[in-house]
Design a binder for this molecule. Structure first.
Ligand code: HEM
Ligand SMILES: CC(C)=CCC/C(C)=C/CC/C(C)=C/COP(=O)(O)OP(=O)(O)O
Length: 303
């Protein structure tokens, strides 16, 4: 349903704020934070200016991916109340303007990262944008309920890009950071979409709650949360983070599993457990990566 405000705003000229909105700034801020953690915990001392340049390039790449996602998804965004106010369905930015903006920003971000840092990081950034826009948005999102499990790989890559930008190489540590975000994405998103199943049905998007129902979604949320809680201990278990991180990961993981079990037990009339899990999922990732940043073991001195 369209709000009065969106009707009033329809057709007004685009502002800088509309272009900022195309980059999905709130979601991308956490994406960029995880990239920063990947960059900072990597071995060696990266030059602060090079580090800042890398983060700016990753932020621009993530923003480009958000704009290209909104370009392609403008039709379904127009149908859902949560997204109907976005710049394209709101009539303030045209689809072709969003496409040009997204492509330009993306190309500049990749070229700058390749020039200022290294080619491997630039190739990974290009691959991540491609994966989110083409594999998730254009291919999987409208076709399979496993869309966000597979597509979630794109959201899990930024800390790996950060690490590769700093070192020019991969490693077991960035792989673990990737796995943490990969396993975190299903509980994060399915918790939100449980309460929005009606909207996704109307938009024709086969999200898991639409296709498999509440009980099965709750079961899978719980399963992913248990794996997440276990895998999040690996940085401590393998010695690249200290005991403070280990304790924080255990506590945060236990809360995640507890809230997921409440969602698993909830019925259609109870909206609060899923809302609480969604909100906590964001805090979880901020705190887990924040503590990792402060408690990472210096690379050359394993525990
Ligand atoms: C395929 C993977 C993902 C999907 C489908 C997904 C989906 C969503 C959706 C639909 C929202 C609702 C709010 C909005 O429209 O802004 C949201 C919020 C959010 N997501 Fe995700 N997300 C994914 C991965 C991620 C990743 C990887 C991160 C960061 C590491 C992230 C961080 C956030 C944050 C911070 C919010 C709250 C934004 C706000 O305050 O409005 N998400 N996500
Ligand atoms: C560096 C780089 C390229 C990072 C990209 C990171 C990435 C893939 C983040 C995904 C987060 C996100 C907003 C998913 C939204 O799904 P959706 O598009 O289905 O949600 P919507 O309905 O809100 O549009």
């Amino acid at each position: 349903m369209q709000t009065n405000r969106s009707i009033l705003l329809r057709g007004r000229y685009a502002t800088v704020g509309d272009y900022v909105a195309l980059t999905k700034p709130r979601v991308m801020s956490l994406v960029v934070f995880t990239a920063l953690v990947g960059l900072m915990v990597a071995p060696g001392d990266i030059d602060p200016f090079a580090g800042m340049a890398a983060i700016l390039c990753i932020a621009a790449g993530a923003g480009a991916a958000g704009a290209l996602n909104m370009w392609y998804d403008a039709d379904i965004d127009a149908v859902m109340a949560r997204t109907a106010m976005r710049p394209i369905p709101g009539g303030r930015v045209s689809r072709s303007e969003a496409l040009v903006f997204g492509l330009t920003l993306g190309v500049c971000a990749v070229l700058a990262l390749g020039t200022l840092l290294n080619l491997a990081a630039a190739a990974l950034l290009a691959f991540t944008i491609f994966f989110y826009v083409v594999v998730y948005t254009m291919w999987l999102k409208r076709r399979t309920p496993q869309n966000i499990v597979i597509g979630g790989a794109a959201g899990a890559l930024p800390p790996v890009i950060g690490w590769v930008a700093a070192t020019g190489n991969g490693g077991i540590e960035p792989l673990i950071l990737f796995l943490i975000i990969f396993l975190w994405t299903p509980p994060h998103f399915w918790a939100l979409s449980l309460n929005l199943a009606g909207e996704y049905t109307r938009a024709g998007v086969p999200m898991l709650p639409v296709v498999a129902g509440r009980a099965e979604t709750g079961r899978q949320i719980l399963l992913y949360s248990v794996f997440l809680a276990l895998i999040s201990l690996l940085p401590w278990a393998l010695g690249f983070a200290g005991a403070i991180y280990g304790a924080a990961a255990a506590i945060l993981g236990a809360i995640m599993v507890f809230l997921s079990s409440q969602v698993h037990r909830s019925d259609d009339k109870q909206r609060r457990p899923a809302r609480r899990l969604f909100a906590f999922s964001i805090l979880y990732l901020v705190l887990l990566f924040g503590v990792l940043l402060m408690n990472a073991t210096p690379y050359a001195q394993p525990r």
